[in-house]
Design a protein around this ligand. Sequence first.
Ligand SMILES: O=C(O)CCC(=O)C(=O)O
Ligand SMILES: [Fe+2]
Length: 386
Amino acid sequence: MAEVAKPIPSGGLESVKDGSKHVYYHSGSEATYRKVSDKPTGFTTIPTVDLTDLDGPIALRKKIAEEIRDACHTCGFFYIKNHGIPQEVITETFELLTRFFALDLDTKMDAHVQKNPAIRGYEPMLETRLDPRTAGDIKEAFTMGDCAIEKEQDYVGRTGKQPPAHITQPQNIWPEKAPWWREGLYKYYHHVFPLAMKLVRIFALSFGLEETAFDKDFQFPITGMRPLYYPPTPVSQDAASVGLGAHADFSWLTLVLQEDNVPALEVLNPDGLWVDAPPQPGTLVCNVGQYLERQTNGQFPATVHRVRNRTGRERYSLPFFLTMDPDVELDVLECCKKPGETPHYASINVGDLYVRRVLPARKKHPTSIKYQDVPQDEWSYKMLLS
Ligand SMILES: O=C(O)CCC(=O)C(=O)O
Ligand SMILES: [Fe+2]
């Protein structure tokens, strides 16, 4: 069940701190370091979970839940196979991504992220810089996500009510000259979203709860889908150049579709060593995000990862980020606390925490500029909605 992966050197992105080697990464909005251990004991491979019985009898679903729990405990990452997304949809999706990123810059910039208050849209090369010691992330991206007024998301059908007034602003932005982009992305969205929601129920089972225990927190959840394009970065180039700097995901759960044959994703183990997470045909990669880490009192780590494309080939990937409803108050699960233990994380509003992570990473965005004089503890989710 384990996949072949070996710890690899940090590739020039480690720092010396207090006389020993540390790996740098971005977690929350602060720089964080992890000591590189000289006696490694952490995971060196990423496990695979078979979802064949995802819709099967409860006993088999509980078995999947156990495997996922083990993977989340030890690694925070796992591959899923037999996930049910048809291969032709995956093939078409990568054709779509290739066609979109090959468009001329003006067509893509029509949907520039700076034009959208919710910080969605197109990000050209080097727009983000997750690791400040690099020149910027060597990738292009496009973000779309939950939007109550886009017909494809069927707010009324899913929730049984009309959207409240505060979420009736457009939250996505689409390039005018490429209508096929929205259409194509929604095709994949309609497969990956239900899959992620089935996994929410499996996670409830993994905590020994009723499988519907989390349903109330995922009525119309925050979602993000983020097609990515990483050009090859020459191996000879500065070792510190990255496609995406080291980070932990700001989601509850992430599902990443990677194109076959272009390995570039690397996962940081507890010893400060990078473990390859290459594409495995027929799989998606799932990883724990910071909301799930909080909810489990840290028992499921939001494992740090980065992307370096040294293959000489172009790389496309498609993460799908699932978080809860923005109005949920998130607490540590009772079952993840030892008797008498104080939780490591305070109760927090899901949407407010989201803004506190998204805005500091985009200081030049008009929404950040608009609220720059408001103290962070007064930031709220509605700042993204106007
Ligand atoms: O491109 C990938 O494989 C991973 C992307 C990623 O980690 C992210 O967007 O958070
Ligand atoms: Fe990530």
